[in-house]
Design a protein around this ligand. Sequence first.
Ligand code: HEC
Length: 121
Amino acid sequence: MKLQSKTILLLLAGSIYVMACQGKKSDSQDTAAAPAEPAAAAPASNAEGKKIFETYCVLCHGVDGKLGLNGSKDLSISVLPIEEKIIQVTNGKNLMTPFKDILTEDEIKAVVAYTEELKVK
Ligand code: HEC
């Protein structure tokens, strides 16, 4: 019994996270873009995004998103909507690698959510 309700809770948390990441302009649920938290206290949901970013994206974008190697854009001042970022990370653009064969959809959403945290507030 206990185990079961835990599993359900986990599933629930997971789907809420995914919904939030889809960014359907739901202000109340948008934990993915939750601002103003110091990096150390970042919500657990973004630990994965951070890890993915540091593995695949720092190469061109740098840890703070500002590096701009290979003509990459400064992510800290990006005004691209989340939906478009997801599309761009999925399919790539110019010198940017497409990640659709490297990351899962959920991983792409997580890393895009993390790029939102890099933005200059
Ligand atoms: C090989 C270098 C490279 C890597 C690796 C890379 N990018 Fe990029 N990124 C680029 C380039 C180049 C652009 C600019 C594309 C253009 O508009 O011509 C870009 C643009 C972007 C943009 C759009 C910014 C804007 O405002 O237009 C986002 C978001 C982004 N990258 C996220 C990511 C994420 C997340 C990862 C890791 C999963 C990643 N990038 C990995 C090179 C890279």
